[in-house]
Design a protein around this ligand. Structure first.
Ligand code: IPE
Ligand code: IPE
Ligand code: MG
Length: 232
């Protein structure tokens, strides 16, 4: 694939773990376990393909509505995942970042995230951004409130951007959502104003590198106009 036609920033709403498990008569958490393996494969593939930023929706601010056991399982899984994958991140020159209302997360998880962010901070390849206790609206509200505290009397796009969780994170070029749901579910609200959307019925544990490449190929054929007109 031509490098020019690759999206710089890809976001993925990794959905369908629960249904994957249900179809097999397994508890939902088994879907999350297998889903984490898919995440690993896609992180490595995306970095090898030359994607600069990959944002992965791992836990939304609305996911607290789930049973406590499932929520705790997800936090444990994320902890094991990030600490267990340190070598893999380093081998692939992947920088790990996390964004969301992190202070509301269990302290062991916050510590784990901090450690991996620090240990991969020198990595200059792809940045893998895990969105945890993340909500797009909350991100905007948090940004505005911090700007007010700093004395800003007026918000411009530039000011608002500079207060987002990761200010250098560019606008989202391509959003992939698995599991057949056709919605944004409060992911990257600000950054997705001009995002190309790509949906598949595949459940996240079944999602493959081949299908990921198909999404990139489809993206490369889209004509993005940003409100203008394309003159040939
Ligand atoms: C996505 O899978 C993972 C998280 C939201 C944490 P789901 O758990 O939402 O799976 P479904 O949508 O119930 O199948
Ligand atoms: C979105 O999936 C959040 C994550 C993938 C982490 P959900 O399964 O929570 O979304 P809804 O509730 O179907 O919109
Ligand atoms: Mg879901």
């Amino acid at each position: 694939m031509e490098v020019e036609s690759l999206p710089c920033h890809v976001g993925i709403i990794m959905d369908g773990n629960g249904r994957w498990a249900k179809r097999r008569g397994l508890p939902r958490i088994e879907g999350h376990r297998v889903g984490a393996e898919t995440t690993e494969k896609i992180v490595v593939a995306a970095s090898k393909l030359g994607i600069k930023y990959l944002s992965l929706f791992a836990f939304s601010t609305e996911n607290w509505k789930r049973p406590k056991e499932e929520v705790n399982f997800l936090f444990n899984l994320m902890y094991q995942y990030v600490l267990g994958k340190l070598e893999l991140f380093l081998e692939n020159n992947v920088r790990f970042r996390v964004m969301g209302r992190l202070r509301e997360l269990p302290s062991y998880l916050q510590e784990g995230f901090k450690e991996i962010e620090l240990k991969t901070s020198h990595c200059s390849g792809m940045t893998a951004v895990f969105a945890v206790n993340y909500g797009g609206r909350q991100e905007i509200i948090d940004a505005v409130n911090r700007a007010i505290k700093d004395g800003h009397l007026e918000i411009t796009e530039e000011v608002l951007r500079s207060y987002l969780y990761i200010p250098e994170l560019p606008d989202l070029d391509l959003l992939i959502r698995t599991s057949g749901e056709l919605r944004i579910s409060n992911f990257l609200i600000w950054q997705s104003a001009y995002t190309e959307l790509w949906f598949t019925n595949t459940l996240w544990p079944d999602f493959t590198v081949e299908e990921f490449k198909k999404a990139l190929l489809d993206y490369s054929k889209r004509e993005r106009r940003f409100g203008g007109i394309n003159e040939k």
